[in-house]
Design a protein around this ligand. Structure first.
Ligand code: SF4
Ligand code: SF4
Length: 317
């Protein structure tokens, strides 16, 4: 099964091997000067003359003219050729293309329906837990592509509970480690840590200037960490997924978590001092109100964090 982006195309180009500025010219648009390179008129080229020093026999085209096949993004407004050095490990060539901004813009709601966030459809009765993802107990997801590529983000429960993030700072840089990020909510810094190590090759830096996609499109543009396949220190996906919640279990677990949050908020609402929590419970057994974490007191926010989003299993139980 091909995991490369459907917008990735190939074309033949030609280039001069001895020119300082290696300009790639599509074979289909050969200019007058290129015609010189591909005919015996190349002998009039100063560059060719310098190198051949008039000793070589005249050929039907310049010996320094080469051709190659390059890739380019057919969806971009300007053609950007993808160098061979990016090879098969570029985002465009792997399952990671699903998290390319341009790909998501074009496929979101489109005919392809392949945008991972397309399954983020918040409703008042259930929170989505896409079946192709694996979930950690602290409400983070892992998307392990068939080619070994991986992405990590937060789930719809997390997005619903927090609703507004004031700031986001990545703690983990590149390399094999547990992905970690610090979110600021109600002026409190909360460490969000995925419980498994992955070889991080990129983080979604755009979230540092605008964290809103984290909660508005948690399964798509709000992704946090990326591992492109073929990086050094690869961890096989099965080992990374082991112990995470998958498939039908995930949907069941998500419902149970909604119930657990409702009970937690119900306990808070019993406290006469907790005026702020009035109205945050769904009256008809639906989901707790959006951004509920921003409506509770600071101590209760920390308790909520420990019970639902802490990286430590024992604090959540
Ligand atoms: S004629 Fe040969 S050396 Fe001159 S620009 Fe063309 S390819 Fe390069
Ligand atoms: S830049 Fe994005 S849309 Fe274009 S080919 Fe690469 S992954 Fe696809």
């Amino acid at each position: 099964m091909s995991t490369r982006c459907p917008f990735l195309k190939e074309m033949a180009v030609r280039f001069c091997e001895v020119s300082e500025h290696r300009k790639l010219v599509p074979s289909s648009s050969i200019s007058e000067s290129d015609q010189r390179c591909s005919s015996d008129a190349y002998v009039d080229c100063k560059l060719a003359a310098e190198r051949l020093a008039g000793s070589a026999p005249v050929l039907s085209s310049c010996p320094f003219l080469h051709s190659a096949s390059v890739q380019y993004c057919s969806a971009a407004s300007e053609t950007r050729l993808i160098p061979a050095s990016e090879g098969t490990s570029s985002r465009c060539n792997t399952s990671a293309h699903l998290y390319c901004d341009l790909f998501m813009q074009l496929s979101h709601g489109g005919a392809s329906g392949t945008h991972p966030g397309a399954c983020f459809a918040p409703s008042e009765t259930e929170l989505p837990a896409p079946a192709h993802l694996a979930y950690s107990g602290n409400h983070m997801w892992l998307d392990a592509g068939p080619d070994g590529g991986m992405h990590i983000g937060v789930d719809a429960f997390f997005a619903r509970a927090f609703g507004r993030i004031e700031a986001l700072r990545f703690v983990s840089g590149k390399g094999l480690r547990k992905p970690a990020v610090v979110l600021t909510v109600n002026s409190i810094d909360l460490p969000i840590v995925f419980p498994k190590k992955i070889d991080i090759t990129a983080v979604n830096r755009s979230l540092e200037s605008d964290p809103s996609p984290l909660v508005e499109d948690p399964y798509g543009a709000g992704w946090l960490f990326e591992h492109l396949p073929h990086g050094s220190g690869d961890v096989p996906a099965p080992a990374t997924i082991f112990g995470l919640i998958e498939g039908e279990k995930a949907a069941r677990w998500m419902s149970e978590e909604v119930q657990r949050m409702t009970e937690f908020l119900g306990d808070l609402a019993q406290d006469p001092q907790q005026v702020a929590v009035e109205g945050i419970l769904a009256a008809d057994g639906g989901i707790f109100c959006p951004a509920v974490a921003t409506h509770v007191s600071c101590p209760d926010l920390i308790t909520m964090f420990n019970l639902f989003f802490s990286p430590h299993d024992r604090w959540r139980s």
